[in-house]
Design a protein around this ligand. Structure first.
Ligand code: NAD
Length: 462
């Protein structure tokens, strides 16, 4: 029997609504307490744990909003580089970092400095373990750090993607271990990060979902985030906010799985999938275009649905959509490799010993990040079939390509020695016409040649 929650009586007692904060209907009408008001109106300092793709942009955004910033990372070389104004995150330029430093931002490997912060935002990794189960060790270690520095009046907000219940299960015990009580001394919340590296929209442009481990914690967190982002959507619990993030990325994974399956079907039926998607996308409602590709990559889409699936299994629940999307998407690199074999075969060529140029190993266009990239799986599949694969990715760069034990190709290199090129990531900076002109045959898994209006006869499409 499903449990229904009724609105507690105290929700109707209060009227005041916070400026840019929208509440889910369940919690509308909330009043701003003095704790929330402090974060909404006074000067305060943001402490950030983990200064990677999420933490550093957040630190710079907080500084730009006039807040104090203390960024903490376990990596001392990283914090030293940041103090020298050298950013390692593509979306944060050295000049933006320099402005934050000029305004007093501090980056340190000394966790004790976090005690000076009024709010601590945790932005550490949340990968999968060896058996594809959630690896919460980074969040747990950050929680241990919090336990050593937390003081009355602080807000602790977890931003790392994780399964519903993590904030309550890990952060609340951490503050209690320090002898403090949630809602009396400190406030604990979850607010997922939605930044998309390489995208035009930056941290400070993207609305935030916020949920506290209690109503008061949620309200305080919403007031704090209201200083950082254009709008805050406050939900009734940390668990709802945790699940909202997983829904967002599961929605992407499932829809990418759907279109990847459609791409294979369209090929069987001799129909152009890109033309089909473009046609369907003219419908002004009820359809959102997703595009096929060599699989899913990055540190979110392949991982996050597995957090939800794992939590579901704990509750004896089977997530059929997640499982199916995972099957289809993880099959794509093998499918792409088999299409390469077919294209060569049609020309009377073997894959074994053939020189193939893989174009792009970043997991998505216009970023230098190759973590969990589907391109790497395609390359493995081609090598397993005996192909000699070299890689061109001007953003990821030769050093990193070599670290994968792969041969890099430079911008000015003559490409005519390659029998075939396979476009795996559609970086805009690449000269695709040059590739089609110099390489005998091209297989485009990203629809890039269509987008640039190329009619080159030697280009095959996924
Ligand atoms: N990168 C994205 O596009 C993105 C988008 C949305 C959400 N997320 C989520 O945000 C979280 C962070 O991801 P990221 O991409 O920024 O990771 P990252 O690997 O780029 O950076 C994490 C940083 O945390 C540091 N760190 C690890 N453990 C620490 C600890 N205990 N104390 C202090 N520092 C520690 C690491 O040294 C590293 O610098 C993850 O949960 C991820 O799923 C990422």
């Amino acid at each position: 029997m499903p449990v229904r929650h009724s609105t507690p009586k105290w929700f109707s007692r209060v009227q005041l609504h916070l400026g840019n904060i929208r509440c889910s209907p369940f919690i509308k009408g909330i009043a701003m307490t003095s704790h929330a008001e402090r974060f909404a109106t006074s000067q305060w300092t943001a402490g950030i744990i983990g200064l990677g793709y999420v933490g550093l942009p957040l630190a710079v955004a907080a500084s730009r909003k006039g807040l104090g910033v203390i960024g903490f990372d376990l990596s001392a070389p990283l914090t030293a580089a940041l103090m020298e104004g050298r950013s390692h995150v593509g979306d944060v330029s050295d000049s933006e970092l320099g402005r934050a430093l000029d305004d007093g931002a501090v980056f340190t490997a000394d966790a004790a400095r976090l005690a000076e912060a009024d709010a601590i935002f945790i932005c550490v990794p949340s990968p999968l373990g060896r058996n594809r189960q959630p690896d919460l060790s980074f969040i747990e270690s950050a929680a241990e750090t919090v336990a050593t520095v937390v003081r009355p009046g602080q807000l602790i907000s977890l931003e790392s993607t994780t399964y519903p219940g993590s904030t309550e299960d890990i952060l609340v015990p951490a503050v209690e271990k320090a002898g403090l009580t949630v809602d009396v001394d400190v406030f604990v919340a979850f607010s997922p990060e939605r930044v998309s590296p390489g995208d035009q929209l930056k941290t400070a442009d993207i609305p935030k979902v916020v949920g506290g481990v209690s109503a008061l914690s949620g309200e305080v967190a919403a007031a704090a985030y209201g200083r950082l982002v254009p709008s805050v959507h406050l939900v009734s619990s940390a668990r709802a906010a945790e699940m909202a993030k997983l829904l967002e990325n599961t929605y992407r994974a499932v829809n990418i799985g759907l279109i990847n399956e459609m791409a294979q079907l369209a090929h069987e039926l001799d129909i152009d999938i890109w033309e089909v998607v473009d046609a369907a996308a003219t419908k002004p409602f009820g359809f959102q275009a997703f595009y096929p590709g060599p699989g899913v990559g990055g540190h979110c889409i392949p991982l996050d649905p597995q957090y939800l699936a794992w939590r579901a299994r704990e509750a004896n629940f089977t997530t059929r959509f997640i499982d199916t999307a995972e099957q289809v998407n993880s099959h794509m690199p093998g499918y792409v490799a088999s299409r390469v074999v077919d294209i060569l075969n049609d020309r009377g060529l073997p894959v074994f010993g053939t020189e193939i140029l893989a174009v792009g190993i970043a997991y998505k266009p216009d970023v230098a990040d190759d973590r969990e990239s589907a391109s790497l799986h395609v390359i493995d599949e081609l090598k397993a079939r005996g192909a000699k694969v070299s890689v061109f990715d001007p953003l990821v760069g030769a050093d990193r390509i070599r670290r994968h034990d792969l041969v890099p190709v430079d911008e000015g290199d003559d490409l005519s020695r390659f029998t075939m090129a396979v476009v795996l990531t559609d970086h805009r900076v690449i000269d695709y016409d040059k590739i089609a002109a110099q390489v005998g045959v091209v297989f485009d898994t990203r629809g890039m040649y269509r987008r640039i209006g190329s009619t080159a006869a030697n280009v095959h499409h996924l």
